[in-house]
Design a protein around this ligand. Sequence first.
Ligand code: PLP
Length: 452
Amino acid sequence: LDVIRAVEPRVADAIGGELADQRESLKLIASENYASPAVLLAMGNWLSDKYAEGTVGRRFYAGCRNVDTVEALAAEHARELFGAEHAYVQPHSGIDANLTAFWAVLSQRVESPALQRAGVRNVNDLTEQDWAELRRELGNQRMLGMSLDTGGHLTHGFRPNISGKMFDQRSYGTDPVTGLVDYDAVRAAAREFRPLILVAGYSAYPRLVNFRLMREIADEVGATLMVDMAHFAGLVAGKVLTGDFDPVAHAQIVTTTTHKSLRGPRGGMVLCDSELAEHVDRGCPLVLGGPLSHVMAAKAVAFAEARRPEFRQYAQQVVDNAQALAEGLLRRGGKLVTGGTDNHLVLADVTGYGLTGRQAEAALLDSGVVTNRNSVPQDPNGAWYTSGVRIGTPALTTRGLGLAEMDEIADLIDTVLRNTAPAEGKGGSPSKAQYRLDDAVRDAVAKRASEL
Ligand code: PLP
């Protein structure tokens, strides 16, 4: 930090501050983790300086042999780890990975036949008229994904995201009574809508998805099944999700982030069947420029770590811990979406405490317990204030916390929420954001949170 401090002390302070925050609080954000020192160091080095547009062995820049090495290693580890035919490790983030995947499916299913019809092999040879026709075809494509308020991600066709603009989109939800994915309803929607892409995967669904059934539905309507496993990739790598629940075994294309339960550097990746490989590899220049060579090095290190036996223990413990946390909350009278969890996250409905998700999130943060507010299905408080908090166990599991600590954390969460009340906003108006938290409770919980 001294090297950074000599240039811009405020950045050094912020980095040090982040370390202190992470040490003193309980990190329960379901999409966060602690990357290992090896992963962090693989990112902070001279590979960051290198340009390497293109793919391994086929670059638009000279002098890429070291980048070739790290990219090839990251892809090889990823293929072995997940049993995938092809891995594309360049996407800078989950959103980039999804965009790359959407376009790969479009170009395989729409663009390639259109090129054939036009009698050309390369997009650069298309005439203006060919392009106009192609754009018309692309614009007619449909995507069916999980709705945002039942746990889907905004890249799965949500209107403000480019996926909702690229595609004519429809979503499937969960059963209003059980909160579970209703495969018959997904099948009915797919039969009626006939999407080109069926998207499975989620950011805030606390149960497992049967990808074998999803593939069956996709095949029946001629769709490509794409699974976004960003949240649960660590559970797939750690062989907790196998058989029907292993996305790589069933989907033609799978995307992920590398920094959540997978515990790598911040980034994205696409895995796919070999027929889609050449389309996926066109992520650059389609939506990517030069790959982040240093991050690909860190991906290679993280995937190598995930191939070790200890990673399987970690992945199983993530789920055991989430279940212990869920049981702890339920035992104290908490209400959980779907009544529990089968994965790394719990979605608590906090309306029973008389709070919005925003009030609960803020009161917990004040007490050193870091979660994030999240909509619950058919949320009466909307996507900004929400009625829930999402609580995930990957980060604390990485720190070595186990079942006993999870029960204690459930107690801390319950204690904070019981001692928080909604407060009035400006001029005495009702507010969904303001809250009052008992000071003594806040201090006691914060003290314990920093000790755990
Ligand atoms: N897909 C899912 C399911 C996610 O939960 C997220 C992030 O929250 C993303 C994609 C986007 O990842 P990124 O933030 O790296 O773009």
